[in-house]
Each structure stands twice: as C-alpha cells, then as structure tokens.
Design a protein around this ligand. Structure first.
Ligand code: PRT
Ligand code: ZN
Length: 285
C-alpha cells in the first residue's frame, strides 16, 4: 500500500509540536529526527524532515503529500497547495516595531520609512492595502538589529513573547497578522492517499477537540438538575445517575475549557457539590 508522506520541520519551533501531534494521534515512529526520513510503524506514513521554508515547494511538487508549516511561510511564498487544517500551535504574530524611544500615533506616519524584514511579500501587501510607500530592506535573519545599526527605521518580524524586541531596544507598534501552524496538502492526492489523510484528520480532530473540553462530574440536589443541565449541555446531554443519598444525583458531562472557571462559579451557585474536573484524552463527537 502506498504511504502518505508528511513533511515536517527538521529542527525548530514547529518540530516538537508537530511530532507530538502525530504521537497524540497514536502514531509510533523511531525517536529522534537525526535521520531525514522516518516511517511510522503502525500507520502507512512516512515523515520527511526538512527546513520549514522548503516544505511548501515539496508539497506542491508532490515529493511530500502533506506538510506542517507556519501560516506565515505560505503567505510569504504562495504555492499551489491547500490549507487543510489550522493546528493551533507554534502561534505568533507578525508585527511592525520601532525604537522604544520613538512614538507612532498612526500607521500612516511610517510612510516613506525604511523597514527591515524577512517577510517582504506580506509586508508589501500590507503597505499596499494601507496606501503606504516604503522601501523594504530584505534580511534573512537578525532583523531586530537593523534600526540600531542604521539600516532601517523600523522592522517587521515575528513576535511571540516580545522579549527579543525588548532586548534590542524596540517596541511593537502594529500587529499585521496572527500566524499558527497549518496542515497543508497537495491538491491532487490519489484516492488511496486521500483515505489516509482523512483518517489522520479524524484523529487530529479527536485530539484537538479533547483539548478544548474537560470531563466534569458533580453531585446536585434533584431540584437543581434542570438548571445544571442547561449550564452543561455536554456533547448531547449529560448522564444523570441517582446517588445513594435521597433526592441527590451525580451528573457527568463535558465543560468547555474557554469559560471553565466562570461556569464552575455558576454551577456552585446552582447548588453543585463535589465537582471533579478531569482531562479528556480523545473526543469524538
Ligand atoms: O531552520 P528552519 O528554516 O526550518 O527554521 P526557521 O529558523 O526558519 O524557523 P523557526 O523554527 O524559528 O520558526 C518556525 C515557525 O514557527 C515560524 O515560521 C513561525 O510560524 C513559528 N514561530 C512561532 C516563530 C516564533 N514563534 C518565534 N518566536 N518563528 C520565529 N520566532 C522568532 C522570531 O523570528 C524572533 O526572532 O523568535 C523571535 C521572537 O520571539 P520572542 O518570543 O522573543 O518574541
Ligand atoms: Zn525557515
């Protein structure tokens, strides 16, 4: 049977998260990525370890069928490949930054300034949209030193915690876009590979849905069950089991991660007691 080939970053900010996702999907493969190619032992999948910038080209040329990259890479060098799923890890933003002792009240004030970046296409598109005319200094790395050495007035770069900007005397003044890891695919996959991709996507959804919810068990007086059920509708509806204590029940459901603590407060006010919140490993709706 033909194997689905996935291109992953060999070493960098996407590598560990990408491999972890595959592991959470139940795939087993040799540890360590010192080799350039590895095969899963329990799924027809071959992993190619590459530099992230090369992945879109390999997927477009069908050397790899699918790949995991930062969204920013694809926007910078668009290719004939499909974005199949947003993966929610290796998140960052691409922002404009200026020396910290300067002020910028309006983005229009950047007009005519020199901006250093490794992402000229994204930046040019943004300037075009805003009607700005700037000269762009394209650098392949260490963009943040450009203002201090007199190469540029501002920079456009990836920001995560912001500490690189701060330690180079810069401050973020405008976020142009957010980015996260995405799963991309060649648009012309054979049917047999499509079956494998769909199988993998099903597992990724189960893993990612599980991260958005917790399992909750609680006890409540029967006269409060309706209120509590409305607060915890669960996947379909909660399970309710009678307790040995008269007129009390145990309710099992799922609770979204997003407003976990606010919901817990409301549940307590509604009379819930003995709440247990547990992680979910996989969730299939
Ligand atoms: O060697 P290879 O070409 O494969 O890797 P790379 O060095 O080009 O990429 P890598 O590993 O640095 O980043 C891969 C992808 O991770 C990027 O394309 C982004 O989509 C995403 N990502 C998430 C980041 C960051 N966070 C990040 N913080 N990419 C880069 N950075 C850098 C940024 O360039 C800046 O130098 O980290 C610094 C800023 O970090 P903070 O935390 O100080 O703000
Ligand atoms: Zn790279």
């Amino acid at each position: 049977m033909s194997k689905l080939k996935i291109a992953l970053q060999k070493s960098g900010r996407l590598s560990e998260n990408s491999l972890n996702l595959l592991r959470e999907c139940g795939l087993k493969f040799p540890n360590g990525n010192s080799k350039l190619i590895a095969s899963a032992t329990n799924f027809p999948l071959e992993i190619l370890f590459l530099r992230d910038d090369d992945i879109p080209h390999y997927v477009e040329q069908q050397i790899a069928d699918i790949g995991i990259i930062g969204e920013n890479i694809l926007l910078e060098t668009p290719k004939q490949i499909n974005t199949v799923k947003r993966l929610g890890f290796s998140t960052c933003r691409l922002s404009l930054a200026i020396p910290k002792d300067q002020e910028l009240n309006d983005i229009q004030e950047l007009n005519g300034k020199r901006i250093a970046t490794s992402y000229p296409t994204i930046l040019q598109n943004f300037f075009h949209e805003k009607g700005l005319n700037n000269s762009i200094e394209v650098l392949s790395g260490s963009v943040e030193i450009a203002p201090s050495i007199g190469l540029a007035d501002a920079i456009f770069d990836i920001v995560s915690s912001g500490s690189t900007l701060r330690s180079n005397g810069l401050k973020e003044v405008f976020k142009v876009m957010d980015s996260e890891a995405i799963l991309v695919s060649n648009p012309r996959l054979q049917d047999s590979k499509m079956v494998l991709l769909n199988k993998l996507l099903f597992r990724i959804d189960a893993v990612n849905n599980a991260k958005k919810f917790h399992y909750i068990l609680l006890n409540a007086p029967n006269d409060q069950l309706e209120t509590i059920t409305n607060l915890l509708p669960g996947i379909n509806s909660p399970s309710i089991l009678p307790l040995a204590k008269p007129n009390w029940s145990s309710l099992h459901s799922v609770i979204p991660e997003d407003d976990l603590w606010d919901t817990i407060d409301t549940l307590k006010e509604a009379g819930a007691e003995g709440l247990l919140i547990l992680p979910i490993d996989k969730m299939i709706r």
